[in-house]
Design a binder for this molecule. Structure first.
Ligand code: UDP
Length: 242
């Protein structure tokens, strides 16, 4: 764990599904969601919390969807990963406008857009209260941004992996289909695997479990959720530990 000072969690890895950036307006980007997200992050940073952020690309392209229309999976996944670069750049731009310092790191060099990942540079940025935006996933196909969030969370020794979703946490079955589904407030990594709860891919889960990276699955639609989790220490969502 990153050395704690005053907050419960001092260094976080936040992952947000690209779905949250989806918008029906002409720009194609949900500016209101991002504005709120960045306002929350700004305050957290001000209070000494270091933030690494992984944003998915599902609002633009997912490899599995492109594969269904006949594209090769490896190429489809590259398109998916490029979507995360577009999202990171949009966030960077809005952060700049809102005076929230950030840097974009990627596993691949895209000149003028993102810096090449180097752990020391990432740590230095975090220590300088700069939000680190990780994009282009792990740079290889057949993975998801959940996997890259776990890898980056482990590498930066994040205190927790915050997985922002559209549901309140992990349920016994899909709450949109089964009205009697109940939420779990706490789970072990192995429960998720044994109960076949479809929250994130097994690769990410196994990685998190091997490196004891706690995961909190929570509803990112609540506009004050990061404050509730990080500043008010509220028990929300589902906490997954060993
Ligand atoms: N992807 C990949 N390798 C990675 C991370 C992501 O190939 O290491 C691709 C994959 O095609 C994925 C897409 O990038 O569908 C977008 O990521 P993801 O589906 O995780 O986004 P989200 O659903 O969280 O918005």
């Amino acid at each position: 764990m990153y050395k704690s000072k005053k907050n419960k969690y001092n260094r976080i890895l936040l992952k947000i599904s690209g779905e949250f950036l989806k918008s029906s307006n002409e720009s194609g980007i949900n500016f209101l969601f991002l504005k709120n997200l960045i306002s929350q992050i700004k305050l957290l940073v001000k209070l000494g919390i270091q933030v690494g952020l992984v944003v998915g690309g599902g609002n633009l392209f997912r490899g599995s969807d492109l594969e269904k229309i006949g594209m090769r999976r490896a190429v489809s996944d590259q398109i998916g990963m490029l979507s995360t670069v577009i999202n990171a750049l949009s966030i960077y731009e809005i952060m700049k406008r809102m005076n929230c310092q950030s840097r974009i790191f990627s596993s691949t060099t895209i000149g003028g857009i993102c810096e090449k990942y180097r752990l020391d540079d990432v740590n230095q940025a975090l220590e300088n209260n700069c939000v680190v935006l990780f994009c282009f996933g792990l740079g290889v196909p057949f993975f998801t941004t959940d996997s890259s969030a776990c890898v980056h969370g482990i590498a930066i020794k994040a205190d927790i992996f915050l997985k922002g979703t559209k549901v309140d946490g992990v349920y016994s079955s899909d709450p949109n289909i089964n009205e009697s589904a109940t939420i779990y407030h706490q789970l072990k990594y192995k429960d998720l695997i044994n109960k076949e709860l479809n929250v994130m891919d097994y690769t990410s889960l196994i990685l998190a479990s091997q490196h004891k990276l706690p995961i909190l699955v929570f509803n990112m639609s609540n506009p004050k959720i990061l404050y509730e989790i990080l500043l008010e220490s509220r028990q929300v969502g589902t906490l997954i530990t060993e």
